[in-house]
Design a protein around this ligand. Structure first.
Ligand SMILES: CC(=O)[C@@H](O)[C@H](O)COP(=O)(O)O
Length: 272
């Protein structure tokens, strides 16, 4: 990849694939998948963490050394609860990074935009580096950036739905104006979804369910890593935008094969 660092709040990461830690069959499978993903940033729900760190075998014990822990406030119903969880997490883990999630609607787990913005303002004021999970809304993304967030993390589709990049147009609009990294989070169901998000200009993607519930999470983690990289390379290479053409356009000239324009000597069928 050469020089293509992913920077969040002044820290540089190599991988543009962030990985979640829920839904794995076991902590050991999770650990193996995290390693296979090559991820630098791993998110863990604070609700799952033994904040007293009293017991053995806590999920944090299976996060490979060297990976950056991104505690998340999954399950928080409002800004106050998210802030309370974040403070407990900071005290227990020592990190000021937080993935802000406020999802009061149990059916969709859609992020509450008002409480998310409120929580972001409170957390930034409290010294956190805030990475908010948010609706794919360019106006909200701008407000979160103005509030001092380190990234925005708009959803691709509902958490755990594996429905892919349903918010593509909105993500493109966010990418066009964002001055902070855009991390597409949630719903990416296949490596091709991650590649698509990166091709349209996302700085990174976050994937959990599609890796964790696949038949082979280790292989799927590797597939997502490669797809994320491929999408990034395509973006940097200047992927041509899909046009409105409804007819084919030959990739090679259809006349003049081997210097002939008469048709004799041209390969039958013509190369395109
Ligand atoms: C793990 C996490 O932080 C969530 O935002 C979410 O779980 C990711 O979405 P998927 O599980 O749909 O990949």
């Amino acid at each position: 990849m050469g020089e293509d660092p992913f920077r969040v709040a002044g820290t540089t990461y190599l991988s543009r694939l962030l990985v979640g830690t829920g839904k794995f069959a076991s902590h050991q499978v999770m650990r193996d998948a995290l390693i296979a993903s090559g991820a630098d940033i791993v998110t863990v729900a604070l609700r799952r963490v033994d904040l007293s760190r009293a017991g053995e075998g806590d999920v944090l014990d299976f996060v490979p050394a060297g990976m950056t822990l991104l505690p998340n406030t999954s399950g928080a119903l409002d800004a106050a609860e998210a802030l309370r969880l974040a403070r407990l997490g900071r005290a227990a883990t020592g990190t000021g990074l937080v993935k802000l999630e406020v999802t009061p609607d149990p059916r969709t787990l859609a992020p509450d935009p008002i409480e998310t913005l409120r929580a972001a303002e409170l957390m930034v004021a409290d010294g956190f580096t805030v990475l908010p999970y948010c609706s794919a809304d360019p106006v909200l993304a701008r407000r979160l950036e103005e509030a001092g967030c380190a990234t925005v993390m708009p959803l691709g589709s509902w958490i755990g739905s594996n429905r892919g990049l349903r918010t593509r147009d909105a993500i493109e609009a966010i990418v066009e104006t964002a001055g902070i990294p855009v991390v597409v989070d949630a719903g990416l169901g296949a490596p091709s979804d991650a590649a698509e998000a990166m091709e349209i200009g996302a700085d990174a993607v976050l994937v959990n369910t599609a890796i964790a519930i696949s038949a082979d999470p280790v292989a799927m983690a590797r597939a997502f890593a490669l797809a994320t990289l491929a999408g990034r390379l395509a973006r940097l290479a200047g992927r041509a935008r899909a046009g409105g053409a409804t007819e084919a356009s030959a990739s090679s000239p259809l006349t003049g094969f081997l210097g002939s324009t008469s048709g004799s000597g041209a390969p039958s069928g013509g190369a395109v």
